[in-house]
Design a protein around this ligand. Structure first.
Ligand SMILES: NC(=O)c1ccc[n+]([C@@H]2O[C@H](COP(=O)([O-])OP(=O)(O)OC[C@H]3O[C@@H](n4cnc5c(N)ncnc54)[C@H](OP(=O)(O)O)[C@@H]3O)[C@@H](O)[C@H]2O)c1
Length: 298
């Protein structure tokens, strides 16, 4: 028995070291000099932030304006124009607000056309628009359920897909997922599954874009108390009682921005999401689901 435990322990340690080594090589690869960029004659280099009208998206827009060099304009995308303007007022550089319902194929089409017509280079994309709804198949309408998939999955893929042709070496895609991506969560089932999709998609996109030296990062935060997310997620179904030890947008924004800029594949900006990520690799989903069953009732 002791020998088996030893072998399993060694396999775990070797796998962990291999993972760390591969990430170190990827980070080195991104920083190696490359051949001259394409001759597309872009009009300017932009940062595109979806979900920029509040919360984490607003925070990322401010951070990009403050810290991301060689950006000519920050494009702010969401549905509420007044809130987008509030974000724009916080930014000293040039901004452009694009009122866009990312769940509507026609609006996505318009965004794609603007990128093409203006021939901009997308230096950084924050795919931050997202929503969750607490409840299950009985308490949520089918529109509420599929609405999460439309925004968290379909729109995120479509926005990334329209930006990639406008990207070059050193450019960056940041997809905002969630710690919910690490396991199935009853009463947040569709949300967790949608973020799990986004996390796996982000990881595969990273490897696909590695030869072009375009960085791709998934950010997986735990609850953030001071954005609109929890208010939007709350329904009559009190499937989650309290949002224990929820973090704040200032901390999550800054920590995740730093991790993403290094070029990490997955950033867990906080202690709880980091612990969750670790144990989700060790424990079976069934066990994790029963732990969640207890946590959500506290
Ligand atoms: N807060 C948390 O506890 C938490 C935890 C983990 C992960 N996350 C993830 O973090 C991301 C940001 O969330 P947040 O906490 O900053 O929440 P938030 O304050 O509610 O922000 C969500 C943003 O998405 C935009 N949005 C919603 N539906 C849209 C649509 N159909 N078309 C375009 N934009 C739309 C909203 O703008 P408009 O309403 O103006 O359109 C808003 O700017 C989300 O992807 C969320 O899943 C949040």
């Amino acid at each position: 028995m002791g020998a088996i435990a030893g072998i399993v322990g060694w396999i775990f340690i070797i796998a962990l070291l291999a993972g760390v080594g591969i990430i170190a090589l990827e980070l080195l690869w991104y920083r190696l000099p490359a051949k001259a960029g394409s001759e597309r004659g872009y009009s300017r280099r932009i940062a595109l932030v979806t979900g920029a009208s509040s919360g984490l998206g607003r925070m990322y827009a401010c951070l990009a304006a403050e810290r991301f060099k060689d950006i000519d304009e920050i494009w702010l995308v969401a549905r509420r124009e007044d809130k987008l303007k509030e974000t724009a007022e916080l930014i000293s550089g040039t901004t452009r607000t694009l009122v866009c319902d990312l769940s509507a194929p026609s609006d996505l089409g318009k965004l794609k056309s603007v990128l093409k017509e203006e021939n901009v280079r997308v230096g950084i994309l924050f795919n931050c628009a997202g929503l969750g709804k607490i409840g299950d198949h009985d308490s949520l309408s089918i529109e509420q359920q599929t609405g999460m998939i439309d925004l968290n999955c379909t729109a995120a893929v479509k926005v990334a897909d329209m930006c990639i042709p406008h990207m070059e070496k050193g450019d960056h895609i940041i997809n905002v997922c969630s710690t919910a991506a690490f396991q199935p969560l009853q009463k947040l089932g569709i949300y967790a599954a949608s973020k799990s999709f986004l996390l796996k998609y982000t990881r595969s996109l990273r490897i696909e874009l590695l030869p072009r030296k375009i960085m791709v990062t998934a950010v997986c935060p735990y609850w953030i108390k001071d954005t609109e997310f929890i208010k939007v997620a709350t329904t009559r179904d009190k499937g989650v009682k309290h949002f224990l030890l929820a973090s704040d947008v200032y901390t999550v924004g800054r920590v995740s921005y730093r991790g993403a800029m290094i070029g990490l594949p997955v950033v867990t900006p906080g202690i709880i999401c980091t612990i969750h990520r670790f144990f989700s690799k060790l424990l079976p989903d069934t066990v994790l689901q029963y732990i969640w069953g207890g946590v959500r009732r506290i």
